[in-house]
Structure formats: structure tokens, C-alpha cells
Design a binder for this molecule. Structure first.
Ligand SMILES: [Zn+2]
Ligand SMILES: [Zn+2]
Length: 143
């Protein structure tokens, strides 16, 4: 998701009806680095939009996923987390606090997939998950 306006335009072209509540979900996701779940987004936005239903949040995320404006992440069992950064990148999930960190590939990269593994394939997305304990949790003994 690059900009609010572009996402809104795309949704209009898809014939998606834009309500205030749906726009609030889109605004919440724009530039969000937390990889929130639908439940977490609902919990957060309900403070301001009291009549906001969970299904409005979930359906909006679903549509955003269909038009490639968010990437649903299968990191935890029975729950999706959503990332507005749809560029291929890795994630590191902390077992201690549940935070999901981005890990990017740089072109000379610390993290590289051996060339012969990817040769001839077109990779559209990448959902490798690193699991372990983050440095904060290690320090606090939270594991
Ligand atoms: Zn942690
Ligand atoms: Zn991410």
C-alpha cells in the first residue's frame, strides 16, 4: 500500500463501497509496521468507531488482500496477520511477545536464497518466518 488515495482509487474501480469505517481500516493499515491481526485492528478502531463490526474489518482486509494492497501472513495458527508492505520480505516472529519483525533482503544480502534454488521461477511473494526470541525478551527473560 503506497498511498491512501491510490488504494481508494483502486477500490472504487473494483466497485467497492467506501464507508467511513472501511476507510478507517485502510488508514490504520497505511504504513503500519506492526503486522496486526483483524482482531487487533478491530480492538483498536472500536475505541473511535463504536459501531464498527469485526466483519467490516475482516472484509475490508480481505478485499485489500485481493487487490494486493495488503499481504495476509500465515504466521500463527488460526489467525492471519496483515502487512501493508507487499514487497517480498521475510518475517521474524518473537515467541516471547508475539511481535512480528520485518527482515529485508538487501542486494548483497546477509540473507540470500541460493541462485540455483530460485532460477527459472517467478517469485511473487515470500513468507519465510524466522521464529525465536527477540533481544528484548531475551533480556527480560520473557521466553
Ligand atoms: Zn519479543
Ligand atoms: Zn512485513
Amino acid at each position: 500500500m503506497q498511498s491512501f488515495e491510490k488504494t481508494i482509487d483502486k477500490l472504487r474501480r473494483e466497485g467497492f463501497k467506501l464507508t467511513l469505517q472501511r476507510m478507517a481500516v485502510i488508514k490504520y493499515m497505511l504504513g503500519n509496521r506492526e503486522h496486526p491481526s483483524a482482531l487487533a485492528i478491530h480492538r483498536e478502531l472500536k475505541r473511535r468507531y463504536r459501531s464498527l463490526s469485526f466483519s467490516t474489518v475482516y472484509n475490508t482486509l480481505n478485499v485489500l488482500g485481493q487487490i494486493d494492497e495488503v499481504q495476509p501472513l500465515h504466521i500463527m495458527d488460526g489467525q492471519l496477520n496483515y502487512d501493508p508492505n507487499t514487497e517480498p520480505h521475510f518475517h521474524f516472529y518473537c515467541n516471547g511477545c508475539g511481535t512480528i519483525h520485518d527482515i529485508f533482503m538487501d542486494e548483497h544480502g546477509e540473507i540470500r536464497v541460493p541462485e540455483k534454488e530460485i532460477e527459472g521461477h517467478a517469485i511473487d511473494s515470500c513468507q519465510v518466518v524466522f521464529r525465536g526470541t527477540c533481544r528484548n525478551c531475551l533480556q527480560e527473560g520473557n521466553f
